[in-house]
Design a protein around this ligand. Structure first.
Ligand code: MG
Length: 390
């Protein structure tokens, strides 16, 4: 407990340089072309993805960036995230001190329900500002580093499986050891054929499957018994988000661990997952949880309940990948790797000034100040379709 004297000392050191109010907030709505179509069962991404970036400029002269990566069939829309940041969160942020991130985020939750992607973007930008001011990486602000590399999983979701096989040759040459097959989008026999081929041609791979809520509960148990014969290391979200009882039945019936993605957004649903044992594993995503600290809360609740976590993502650029990387670096229980592959393998062009750091099948945790890599402002501007500043 700080004494009155040391509290005053802290206050005076703040006034000597650690206070750093936000002076400007910019919102950019981007559309970024992708290299190939992807069918996730719950939604098809044909030619581009839309994201929203927030840029904060502080009194000391630092700028920090954060990303909202919504998906209309899953978490929300880009228009929603842009309006949340521009109209509802801006008044709370202008003039607020980047030393007060938890207080700012509490005000954001009180002023605006939901809109978790926008809140994730805001919190990321605040941590980026704070880290850059203090000369510390974001993971140091989140409690420190547990790991400096994160095993990378790449998802296979091209409706043309031959194109995915060609991609796999490149992936394995790059040292990628984990793939996640998006199942349930076509028919069951197509899924079995793909798994059979993967097991035959790439026996060394750690293979996971993700149904993206794609099966009705009454068909799931029989189909998943077939899937188990391919020794996959987890089965992700086989049934719709709110079929919690069916998730619990499958978790009890299958030998393969069941991972909850859509069924667990934030800490409240993580508590429910532990209480009802409706999964063995949880996918933590910044955009579902509503930020880095809430994602870490999901991981902590899962850990207390004996469940390991995986670092999931949405259709993100390297900027949101960086935020997720710092969260996972600081979270011992997010131990099943991550899927931050899109900046390198999926987007036609990323928005970071340097390539998102992937080396020999793993994401390398950046050690520079803030998120550790700058945004390429020219790339941001090239893809911006709407913006607001002030
Ligand atoms: Mg998923």
């Amino acid at each position: 407990m700080a004494s009155g004297a040391s509290a005053r000392q802290a206050a005076s050191s703040d006034s000597a340089g650690l206070a750093d109010p936000v002076e400007r907030l910019g919102v950019h709505h981007l559309r970024i072309p992708v290299k190939s179509p992807r069918d996730h069962g719950s939604g098809l991404v044909a030619d581009s993805v839309e994201i929203v970036l927030v840029r904060l400029d502080t009194k000391s002269g630092v700028s920090g960036w954060g990303e909202a990566a919504p998906w209309s069939v899953f978490t929300g829309t880009a228009e929603q995230a842009a309006a949340a940041l521009d109209r509802y969160l801006r008044p709370l942020v202008i003039g607020a001190d980047t030393a007060d991130i938890p207080a700012i985020m509490a005000k954001a939750d009180a002023a605006l329900t939901g809109h978790r992607e926008a809140k994730a973007a805001l919190e990321t930008a605040l941590y980026d500002c704070r880290g850059r001011l203090l000369g510390l990486p974001v993971h140091a602000l989140l409690g420190g580093r547990f790991r400096d590399r994160i095993a990378l999983s790449v998802s296979l979701a091209d409706p043309d499986f031959e194109a995915d096989l060609a991609l796999l040759d490149r992936l394995t040459a790059d040292g990628i050891g984990i793939v996640k097959v998006k199942t349930g989008a076509s028919d069951h026999r197509f899924d079995l054929r793909r798994l059979e081929r993967l097991r035959a041609d790439f026996p060394q791979l750690d293979v996971r499957v993700d149904y993206n809520q794609g099966m009705a509960p009454h068909e799931a148990r029989r189909r998943l018994a077939d899937i188990e014969s391919f020794d996959v290391s987890f089965i992700e979200q086989p049934v719709p988000r709110t079929c919690w009882a069916a998730m619990a039945d499958l978790t009890g019936a299958l030998k393969t661990p069941v991972l909850a993605d859509e069924s667990v957004f934030g800490p409240d649903e993580a508590v429910r997952a532990v209480a009802e044992r409706f999964c063995d594993l949880i996918s933590v995503k910044l955009m579902k949880a509503g930020g880095l600290r809430r994602g870490m809360a999901v991981a902590a609740i899962a850990e207390a309940g004996g469940m390991a976590c995986y670092g999931g993502d949405m259709f993100e650029t390297g900027l949101a990948h960086l935020a997720g990387t710092h969260m996972i670096a600081a979270s011992a229980n997010i131990s099943l790797g991550c899927e931050f592959y899109q900046a390198k393998y999926y987007l036609a062009r990323d928005i970071l000034a340097e390539p998102f750091p992937i080396d020999n099948g793993a994401v390398v945790v950046p050690e520079g100040a803030g998120l550790g890599i700058d945004v390429d402002v020219a790339a941001v501007n090239a893809h911006t379709i709407a913006q607001a500043d002030g």
